[in-house]
Design a protein around this ligand. Structure first.
Ligand code: UDP
Length: 253
């Protein structure tokens, strides 16, 4: 089978994939069928800003095999560059991937979030997808020694798809260390998704989702998040505008 080729656009030095939701799912499905591994990142402005500051994280982002544009920040950045891109919420993409695994019999692993959260998320997923085979579950609060044990366990059990919910950049660093030794595994960093699947955290009402303002809703609900996102998002967009102007000047000259 000929694998689909990625089509990407750099945003402040990081390649973002331009697939729509279905194309991205087909891309991942092809890798599942061909027994190939992937590191899937659901990229957002905060991650790009961090990637620009932290070389190690930047390298990991650039070595990812699929960077899904997650959220209105990336969608706007691409719009500034003249590209119309569908927003692909990582949480929805991951849910769809889980339903595909249930349907076709691929095993999955869940790593991250608090113990009761990851257990409840697993129970809810098993209820929702009858044939889902979750072969590994671990919470996301471990010290360095325990982390080595968790990695060994994942390597031994080798679920076909591993969802890692440690937040960025922790989850990407965790995945980058494992994927070297697990070339046939699909890894997805899923941030706070287990909190939502467990029922502990609610997603924003649909109207916020439709308007691309889910981040605003979450920021209002969690003031600490507001401080993290608020200066970052406008600054990010200003930098994208500057980059775009610079690029068109270079082209003209
Ligand atoms: N988390 C974890 N271990 C840690 C830090 C965080 O398992 O050491 C979990 C946390 O419980 C939550 C998720 O990682 O479920 C991070 O969620 P958040 O919404 O902050 O991530 P984001 O999507 O903003 O990157």
């Amino acid at each position: 089978m000929e694998l689909m080729q990625r089509i990407t656009e750099p945003v402040l030095g990081f390649e973002v994939d331009l697939f729509d939701f279905n194309e991205a799912m087909i891309f991942v499905h092809q890798h599942l069928k061909e027994n190939k591994g992937l590191h899937i990142v659901t990229i957002n402005p905060e991650m790009i800003s961090l990637g620009n500051k932290n070389n190690e994280f930047g390298r990991i982002l650039n070595e990812a095999d699929l960077s899904i544009p997650d959220g209105v920040g990336i969608k706007l950045a691409l719009r500034i560059k003249g590209i119309k891109q569908e927003n692909i919420p990582g949480i929805e993409f991951s849910k769809k991937l889980i339903s595909l695994c249930a349907l076709e019999g691929y095993t999955i692993g869940l790593v991250g979030a608090k113990e009761e959260v990851v257990q409840q998320a697993a129970a809810n997923l098993r209820k929702e997808f009858e044939n889902l085979n979750i072969t590994y579950i671990h919470n996301g609060y471990f010290d360095e020694n325990q982390e080595e044990t968790v990695k060994e366990e994942i390597k031994n059990l080798a679920p076909r798809v591993v969802f890692v919910a440690l937040g960025a950049p922790k989850q990407e660093i965790f995945i980058s260390q494992l994927k070297e030794q697990m070339r046939h595994t699909i890894f997805v960093g899923v941030g706070g998704s287990f909190d939502v699947w467990s029922g502990k955290v609610k997603r924003a009402p649909e109207i916020y989702q439709k308007l691309g303002l889910e981040w605003l809703y979450r920021a209002i609900k969690e003031p600490a998040r507001f401080k993290r996102i608020f200066p970052a998002l406008p600054l990010f967009l200003i930098r994208v505008i500057m980059e775009t102007v610079h690029e068109s000047w270079v082209k003209i000259r």
